[in-house]
Ligand binder design. Sequence first.
Ligand SMILES: NC(=O)c1ccc[n+]([C@@H]2O[C@H](COP(=O)([O-])OP(=O)(O)OC[C@H]3O[C@@H](n4cnc5c(N)ncnc54)[C@H](OP(=O)(O)O)[C@@H]3O)[C@@H](O)[C@H]2O)c1
Length: 320
Amino acid sequence: MHQTQQQTVLIGGGSGFVGRFLKRHLERQGFIVLILSRSVQRGDLTWQQIKEQGLPECHAVINLAGKHILDLRRRWNEAYKNEVLSSRIETTRLLVDAINNSPKPPAVFISASGKCFYGTSNSKSFVETAGPGHDFPGQLCHQWENAASCIDTSRIRHVHIRLGIVLGPMKDKLSNTGIVPLLRLPFLFGFGAKFGTGKQFFPWVHIDDVCSLFIKSIFDNEMQGVYNAVSPNIVSQKIFMQQFAKTLHRPVFFRIPESLVRFVVSEDRMPVLTQGQHVVPDRTLQSGFKFNHAHLDDALEHLLHYHNAIEEKYNDCYDQ
Ligand SMILES: NC(=O)c1ccc[n+]([C@@H]2O[C@H](COP(=O)([O-])OP(=O)(O)OC[C@H]3O[C@@H](n4cnc5c(N)ncnc54)[C@H](OP(=O)(O)O)[C@@H]3O)[C@@H](O)[C@H]2O)c1
């Protein structure tokens, strides 16, 4: 999938966990990557610049920007929910307007969304054609996707990627690097635990597969519409925690009861942790996409050694 002519990809919110890895993957494919950020320190361009000067010429635009939904330091009150919502809707609208008004628009616009789109259920399976959930995360993703869908599809191909729980390297120098470094610490001290019953589905995906799917979406002109970025071999949270512990050669003795989860994260945020979604990457597989890390044991083993094996290659990811 190598390209011959150097082309530019603009990534909104590309300074975060997924964006940093995606930037490296794209650069290895020969792309020039521009990061769009709120701050001049974290990016090459700011949202304000796009608003005032329009879109720079580029082959693809990807939008990952959005305030973290599960920040445990914040209560899930209306003010916080509005911040989470507007951080996605406003950035998306700004980008969509800039793309639609561009005299030379990009060939493709790829917007991120999340598996939370489907709401939670311990019995249903969700393929890409399933409707949105009625809870706050479901409605958030629905509105986020609706804002992205205002793109002019007569001129620009549009792909939505609904991300599962993205697993990155076990050891990482960054603080905002997804769930894995956060889980690793209690497991290392022997305090690994499952939440609630542990029977809820855990829709995980390896960071390298996420990056490959974004890159395929740039190259593959047949791709348009929604694609689930989750492993085809989804497991329950209990199995996930057991495999995580096994990879680290640690035990998993504990179960955090739902009452304690409710106390720590509040009632309305609780389903996100204690109920899951059986998300199936149906259209993703139909598009011919091959997951390189489709099995959890292999994926976790790879992520355990990821840092040691390619730390040097990735060092410049961290130098920002
Ligand atoms: N990681 C996952 O497991 C996962 C799962 C499902 C969905 N997602 C979604 O996929 C996207 C990328 O995930 P990620 O893990 O890379 O997220 P991340 O590390 O939190 O990065 C998101 C980026 O969004 C920008 N941002 C944060 N707050 C913002 C605000 N109030 N207004 C505008 N921009 C803001 C930040 O860039 P600047 O500070 O440079 O502006 C940040 O680097 C996110 O929208 C996330 O919700 C992620």
